[in-house]
Design a protein around this ligand. Structure first.
Ligand code: SAM
Length: 261
C-alpha cells in the first residue's frame, strides 16, 4: 500500500505530509502576526510566535494565539512536546531597507538573523522561510561581504537553500511590494523544492477602498498631518532616504504601505 499523503499547498508547491494531520509552524519576529495569519488561513497549525515588542505581542495573542514576548537575543527556545514542521522568520528590515539609511542601528540589526539558528538546531523543522526586503540583496557587512551570502552560508549546513525575489502583485496582492524570500528544505527530507507559481493580482486598489461616505472622518489624516508628510518628503528627498508620499491611482496597484499611519 502506498504512503498516505496529505498535501499542503505551500507557495505554489505541494508538500507531502506523510501520516500527519497538520503542518505546524513557529513564527520568529512575528510582529502583529501578518505572516502567521496567512499560514493559519492556509490550514497550518500555529505553535507560537516570538517578538520583543509588547504592543505587537498583544495584537498577536488576540488574533493568532500563543506568543513569547522576549528578545530573540536572550531567549533560549522552549523545549516542546510536539514537532515543528516549518519555521518562518522576518528579521527587522530596517538594516536592509532601501528606504532607510543604513546606519549604526542597521549594523546591529543585520546580525539578528543568526539567532534563528538556535531554533533551527533545536526543532529541526522540515522547512524554513525567511522574509526580508529586497535591499538585503545588495547590503554588505562591515568588512564588505555580501550579507545575502553570509545568510545563505549560515543556513546551508543542514538545509538546501534557495533565494527568490518576488513582487507581491505577482501573488494576488494589489501592492508593488518587492520582497526576498529565502527558503530552506532540510537536506534529509524528500520534499519537492517549491517552484513559485505566480498568480498575478487581477484587482486594483479600488476594490479595497470604501466609498468616502462610508468612512468616518476620524480615519482621515488631518491637514496638519498631511502638511507634515509633504515637509518630510522634501527633507527626506533632499537626503535621498525615506519613503515618499504620493496620491495613488485607484485603478492601479499601490506601492508599499508603511505602518506609520
Ligand atoms: C519585519 S517585522 C515582522 C513582521 C511580521 N512578520 C508580520 O508579518 O507582521 C520585524 C519584527 O521584529 C521584531 N524584533 C526586532 N528586534 C527583535 C528582537 N531582538 N527580538 C525579537 N523580535 C524583534 C520587531 O518588534 C518587529 O515586530
Amino acid at each position: 500500500m502506498g504512503l498516505q499523503c496529505k498535501y499542503v499547498a505551500f507557495l505554489g508547491a505541494k508538500c507531502c505530509l506523510q501520516h500527519k494531520k497538520t503542518f505546524s509552524f513557529i513564527d520568529l519576529f512575528a510582529g502583529a502576526g501578518g505572516f502567521s495569519l496567512g499560514l493559519k488561513n492556509a490550514g497550518l497549525k500555529h505553535v507560537y510566535g516570538l517578538d520583543n515588542w509588547p504592543v505587537s505581542c498583544k495584537t498577536y495573542v488576540a488574533n493568532i494565539g500563543t506568543t513569547i514576548c522576549s528578545s530573540i537575543e536572550i531567549l533560549e527556545p522552549p523545549v516542546l512536546n510536539l514537532g515543528v514542521d516549518l519555521l518562518v522568520a522576518s528579521p527587522p528590515c530596517q538594516a536592509f531597507s532601501l528606504a532607510n539609511r543604513r546606519g549604526s542601528n542597521a549594523a546591529e540589526n543585520s546580525s539578528l538573523y543568526l539567532h534563528i539558528l538556535k531554533f533551527l538546531n533545536l526543532y529541526r523543522p522540515k522547512l524554513f522561510v525567511l522574509e526580508n526586503v529586497s535591499g538585503i540583496l545588495s547590503y554588505k557587512s562591515k568588512i564588505g561581504l555580501p550579507i545575502i551570502k553570509l545568510v545563505k552560508d549560515a543556513f546551508s549546513s543542514d538545509y538546501n537553500v534557495k533565494i527568490f525575489k518576488i513582487c507581491c502583485s505577482d501573488f494576488g496582492v494589489a501592492q508593488n511590494r518587492k520582497r526576498v524570500i529565502i527558503i530552506g528544505v532540510r537536506k534529509d527530507i524528500n520534499l519537492f523544492f517549491p517552484n513559485l507559481k505566480k498568480h498575478p493580482c487581477t484587482t486594483t486598489l479600488r476594490s479595497f477602498v470604501l466609498p468616502r461616505i462610508e468612512v468616518s472622518d476620524s480615519f482621515f489624516l488631518s491637514k496638519k498631518a498631511i502638511s507634515g508628510i509633504h515637509r518630510r518628503q522634501l527633507t527626506n528627498g533632499a537626503k535621498s532616504y525615506g519613503f515618499g508620499a504620493q496620491y495613488v491611482d485607484l485603478d492601479a496597484f499601490c506601492n508599499t504601505i508603511t505602518a506609520n499611519y
